[in-house]
Write a protein that binds this ligand. Structure first.
Ligand SMILES: Cc1cc2nc3c(=O)[nH]c(=O)nc-3n(C[C@H](O)[C@H](O)[C@H](O)COP(=O)(O)OP(=O)(O)OC[C@H]3O[C@@H](n4cnc5c(N)ncnc54)[C@H](O)[C@@H]3O)c2cc1C
Length: 538
């Protein structure tokens, strides 16, 4: 177990599933069991382990397979929330942004954004807002907000539509690789002593004397069931929190209303030729009042997103054709080279876990873009701690809040040991080294200080496709908890989200390597069907 930030350079910890399950099922009472391995749950597990608690985390599918791999990839305060007047939320997120960039500089970096303006008064109006955004960041600012002439805007954004261009505003935010950051959180939590396991679902809660004392879990691979006992259970299942929350209410004879209102956001990946620069585009107000981004990411351009209320929360949400229409239409208004449906390399959707509060309940059936993005923690009478809402950017502040509330209201006993300094995540370069930005195609730079370990594995130099080597697949299986082709091609590599047809073509090779490494069926056919869905742009 490490306690020093410089220990980011130790050898990777093996993630042999048999060992993880053996440890998880040992007869013992964990201090904390976290349910859900997205940004929120992983953040809680890491923070708790650092504070000296004995922690287990159970994820039903793969880490970040829910919302946490489907974000816009921005580490940001949220300019849109500024316009909505959520200043404290923006200020907190801007400070968290800085911390995140420092913890994992190989996976999260500053990015310049430019907002082109076409109407009189727009530059002054939005420019003032973006100056305020910079001021709210104060010492955590990533760079100055600048007003640009039409000529400079055009030079900065060679892909922008020029007719009627009056000028622009440039400001700074961050971008990251969301799924790889989730893996870094999981692996750092493990390094700090937590037992984190994917592909194990929590099916129900265990009670004693009216209090939650553990969970019943199901291992998806072996189809076995077991119990995990804990002093405190945190329900961090994102948009799915109401499953356990409502069951907990029923245990106490209560019919609770839902807490979460899912809102779907769609992204389309297109070739870099549609936006040939390393700055992002911000459109502050689309025709229907939303925000649209074109973000250069890992060698492609992400266009998005939408904000569509949904009554259900499927594991694998799919974009609606109207959402694709909306993104292409709005992008077409700002991009010189206009993307069409056939240009889309991958189309995917994620569900925001927006929290219904009394104040917003009346809006729930209408526009979800108005519902608060603040997180919400509640502790039930049986001491189940539920956390949802918030943003990827604020995972660390959310984790601190969860532990505070678990201590105060759920009787979680904290040990004496307290970690106050911030810690670098696994893979973070110990000393500043030359960096390749996240706008560049995927490659060894995403492995940070672990690049040599990846290269030293069998096939370390054998390139399967640009940005993916045999060594990376073996590393995923040995040290990054990967069990299936999807685990590798969607979240260790991001190929599924960037170019779904290429991901499908690579799948048989990846399956063969995984089979050699793990000796289990890596679900090739299921992945090929999924990749077809991402290729098909509705
Ligand atoms: C379109 C879109 C764009 C976004 N863009 C940004 C952005 O640019 N920047 C930003 O900061 N934020 C962004 N967000 C918000 C951010 O992605 C989410 O707030 C965050 O990922 C939520 O993480 P989570 O861990 O709460 O949920 P999830 O990531 O969904 O994790 C919950 C996990 O719980 C698991 N689970 C469910 N039930 C069980 C069970 N019974 N047992 C075990 N496990 C279970 C699920 O499989 C899932 O992995 C965006 C969100 C969306 C939808």
């Amino acid at each position: 177990m490490s306690s020093h930030p410089l220990e980011a350079s130790v050898s990777p910890l093996p993630t042999r599933r048999e060992d993880l399950l053996a440890r998880l099922t040992e007869p013992q009472v964990w201090d904390l069991v976290v349910v859900g391995g997205g940004a929120t749950g992983l953040g809680v597990a890491l923070q708790a382990a650092r504070e000296g608690l004995k922690v287990a985390l159970l994820e039903a599918r793969d880490f970040a397979q829910g919302t946490s791999s489907r974000s816009t990839k921005l580490v940001h305060g949220g300019v849109r929330y500024l316009a909505q007047g959520h200043w404290p939320l923006v200020r907190e997120a801007l400070h968290e942004r800085r911390g995140l960039l420092e913890r994992a500089p190989h996976l999260a970096q500053p990015l310049a954004f430019v907002m082109p303006t076409y109407r009189w008064g727009e530059q002054a109006f939005y420019g003032a807002g973006l100056k305020l955004y910079e001021c709210l960041a104060a010492s955590a600012s990533l760079g100055p907000t600048r007003f640009l002439s039409a000529q400079t805007t055009q030079a900065s954004l060679p892909g922008v539509r020029c007719e009627g261009l009056r000028g622009g505003v440039q400001y700074w935010d961050g971008q990251f690789d969301d799924a790889r950051l989730a893996l870094a959180l999981a692996r750092t939590a493990a390094r700090e002593g937590a037992c984190v396991v994917n592909h194990v679902a929590v099916q129900s809660l265990m009670y004693q004397g009216g209090r939650v004392v553990g969970v019943r879990a199901h291992d998806a691979e072996q189809s076995t069931e077991f119990e995990v006992r804990a002093q405190c259970v945190v329900n961090a299942t994102g948009v799915w929190v109401d499953g356990l929350r409502l069951a907990d209410g029923r245990e106490r004879g209560l019919a609770l209303p839902d807490l979460v209102s899912p809102s779907q956001g769609v992204h389309l990946a297109v070739d870099a030729s549609f936006w040939p620069c390393d700055k992002a585009l911000l459109v502050p107000k689309t025709a229907d009042g939303r925000v649209l981004f074109a973000v250069p990411w890992l060698g492609k351009i992400l266009l998005g997103t939408t904000d569509t209320a949904r009554a259900d929360a499927p594991w694998e949400p799919r974009p609606a054709s109207e959402e694709v229409d909306l993104i292409l239409k709005e992008a077409g208004r700002y991009l010189r080279k206009v993307p069409q449906r056939q240009d889309v390399l991958s189309a995917w959707a994620g569900l925001r876990p927006l929290v219904k509060t009394e104040a917003t309940a009346s809006k729930v059936h209408g526009a979800t873009q108005n519902i608060s993005r603040e997180h919400h923690v509640e502790v039930s009478a049986s001491a189940l701690v539920t956390v949802t809402g918030g943003k990827w950017t604020t995972y660390h502040a959310m984790a601190q809040d969860v532990l505070r509330q678990a201590r105060t209201h759920a009787g979680l006993r904290m040990p004496e040991r307290a970690m106050t300094h911030d810690c670098k995540l696994v893979g973070a370069p110990v000393f500043d080294s030359p960096r390749i930005g996240l706008t560049s195609p995927a490659g060894m730079h995403l492995y940070g200080s672990e690049g040599d370990e990846v290269k030293a594995l069998p096939g370390g130099d054998r390139v399967l496709a640009p940005g993916l080597t045999e060594g990376m697949v073996r590393f995923a299986a040995r040290y990054e908890y990967a069990r299936t082709v999807e685990d590798v091609l969607a979240r260790r590599s991001r190929c599924l989200f960037l170019d779904a047809a290429l991901a499908k073509a690579l799948a048989p090779m990846v399956a063969q390597i995984l089979n050699e490494e793990l000796g289990v069926d890596p679900s090739l056919a299921a992945f090929e069907a999924l990749a077809d869905d991402y290729v098909r742009c509705p």
